[in-house]
Design a protein around this ligand. Structure first.
Ligand code: SF4
Length: 274
């Protein structure tokens, strides 16, 4: 197993990406991954689920907060967080949207690119576990990811490619098993780095991006939620099962959206190299 980053600072982005991509056909020969044959046409949320969504989100967050991590995080700055939460909650949407990108606290991709190149920026990049390959050597319902470039599964995995391309310094890659996990991690990153500006890019189902946007706005971090396609959760029941590791279906980041995510990582990579 090697955790050495495939992206070498002495090479250009194109050379690094080429050497990653060149290893993919051999990996496919060694182990063919199960993939979705066709993309199911699922609405982002059922109409029933969309009703009283903010209330459902608040109730879920509070009643499933094992270890009280969210409550403890909130109590670090209860007045500020309370004010910002209600400010966000009283907007009709906690984000603006362009295609698969949901913007929180920013208006455009240009604004995000600008943030990516600031010296004081800490970049949290999170991947929902449901788009790990079914054959993932670290297991799916876990925050682990060995991103071993010699492992044929990792070599075919979009998450593996992103983590290899991401500069070590100033980046926090996370694999997200539950909403409380990412909530706790975000609180920790923000509270442990008071001199940094925390920004994020996180993959999630549309329903989750709708449900929990107010919490990100409450903490005051800016970033992009990336909509997943495929076998998404679009009901509360499916979401709750998934939060308990019951998620036999695969979600995917669509090809065009993968390119856009890699373009943003490239901006970060280029900046760290300069
Ligand atoms: S790179 Fe992908 S396949 Fe490999 S451990 Fe990480 S999530 Fe699993």
């Amino acid at each position: 197993m090697t955790k050495l980053k495939m992206w070498q600072p002495k090479k250009s982005w194109e050379e690094n990406e080429e050497s990653w991509d060149q290893g993919v056909p051999a990996a496919q020969k060694q182990q063919k991954l199960k993939t979705l044959k066709t993309l199911p046409k699922m609405p982002g949320m059922t109409p029933q689920t969309a009703k009283n969504l903010k209330w459902k989100s608040l109730k879920y967050m509070l009643t499933h907060d094992k270890g009280f991590h969210i409550l403890k995080g909130f109590l670090r700055h209860p007045i500020r967080y309370g004010r910002e939460f209600f400010k966000s909650a009283f907007q009709s949407k906690p984000f603006s949207r362009k295609g698969d990108f949901f913007y929180y606290g920013i208006k455009s991709i240009d604004e995000f690119e600008e943030l990516l190149t600031q010296e004081d920026t800490l970049f949290v990049i999170g991947f929902s576990y449901c788009h790990k390959p079914l054959e993932c050597p670290s297991g799916r319902f876990t925050d682990a990811c060995i991103h071993d470039s010699n492992n044929p599964v990792c070599r075919q995995c979009f998450i593996g490619k992103c983590i290899h391309a991401l500069p070590e310094e100033g980046s926090v890659p996370l694999l997200i098993p539950t909403i409380h996990y990412i909530g706790k991690e975000i609180f920790d990153v923000v509270h442990n780095n008071p001199d940094k500006r925390v920004i994020f890019m996180i993959t999630a189902c549309e329903m989750t991006l709708e449900m929990f946007g107010d919490w990100g706005n409450m903490v005051g971090i800016h970033g992009i939620g990336v909509r997943l396609d495929g076998r998404i959760c679009n009901t509360m029941r499916a979401f709750e099962l998934s939060e308990n590791g019951v998620k036999p279906g695969l979600t995917v980041v669509l090809d065009d959206t993968q390119k856009k995510m890699l373009d943003l990582i490239r901006k970060r990579w280029k900046h760290s190299d300069s």
